[in-house]
Design a protein around this ligand. Structure first.
Ligand SMILES: C[S@@+](CC[C@H](N)C(=O)[O-])C[C@H]1O[C@@H](n2cnc3c(N)ncnc32)[C@H](O)[C@@H]1O
Length: 245
């Protein structure tokens, strides 16, 4: 895995601000597809996310239903969620990421397609390969919880409201979301990851969900690559959101 190069995204981001919304989204899709092609996947964690282990119990419906992992990459957290008894449903743009997830975890998945997505699935883990914004309610009808790490911070601020509106419009009522985000002084580094201040979570989700901040941790020392890029502060925050019924 190579270290992430963010400069191209900064250029795309700037260009996207000059264009209309449809064009903006296309450019961002290309950015992520190229990141996977070039193996620039510094966001991928080799360990299970410690906050997932710590706060998993906060989700009410742990067993039986399906947990949705938006913009899932090849996150190992999906294997951990499966080991806790949940069926897992991911959505991911890059077919490279989807293939890598199953291959690297030793599965020979079944393949299929439905409407706008191709999918791979094995052992009650299904990843839809395609655009998050193409999901419809029927795709998520069995979902009871969402685990969202590094999705909102992957999106530039002007796309986040659209992301949140779409997510809440396709989830069943009363779904719970465990949300892991980053915050840092945005002026010190071009994203992604883009900074996501706690107040923005409140502003974006406030009308749709009850919001509880579970923890806010200083993680700069544990992420020397960000310190090396000039960050003076880096916080990771974990929120529990419960959508209104
Ligand atoms: C910062 S990575 C986070 C991946 C994963 N959540 C993790 O924790 O490792 C963002 C991921 O979102 C995917 N992505 C970006 N835009 C997407 C979209 N519109 N639909 C589906 N996946 C998308 C990218 O390909 C990338 O794998």
């Amino acid at each position: 895995m190579r270290e992430t190069g963010y400069a191209p995204f900064a250029v795309l981001h700037l260009l996207s601000l000059l264009n209309n919304t449809g064009r903006n989204i296309t450019m961002e899709k290309d950015f992520w597809l190229e990141r996977w092609e070039r193996e620039e996947t510094g966001f991928h964690q080799q360990e299970i996310n410690p906050y997932l282990r710590q706060f998993w119990q906060e989700l009410h419906q742990l067993q039986g239903g399906e947990i949705f992992v938006p913009l899932c990459g090849k996150s190992l957290d999906m294997l951990w969620l499966r080991s806790q008894g949940c069926a897992v449903l991911g959505v991911e743009l890059s077919p490279i990421a989807v293939r890598a997830f199953f291959e690297e975890s030793g599965y020979k998945p079944d393949h299929g397609s439905c409407d706008k997505f191709d999918y791979c699935e094995a052992d009650r883990m299904r990843i839809l390969c395609g655009d998050f914004f193409d999901l419809i309610q029927d795709d998520l009808k069995k979902v009871h919880s969402v685990y969202d790490r590094a999705s909102m911070v992957a999106l530039p601020p002007e796309m986040r409201a659209r992301y949140v509106r779409h997510l809440v419009s396709v989830l069943p009522p009363a779904t719970q979301i465990l949300l892991v985000t980053f915050d840092y002084p945005q002026a010190e580094m071009a994203g992604p990851p883009f900074a996501l201040p706690g107040g923005e979570v409140e502003a974006l989700y406030g009308e749709y969900a009850e919001i509880r901040l579970l923890a806010r941790c200083d993680v700069l020392a544990a992420n020397p690559r960000f310190a090396a890029r000039g960050l003076s502060r880096l916080h990771e925050s974990i929120f529990l959101l419960t959508l209104k019924a």
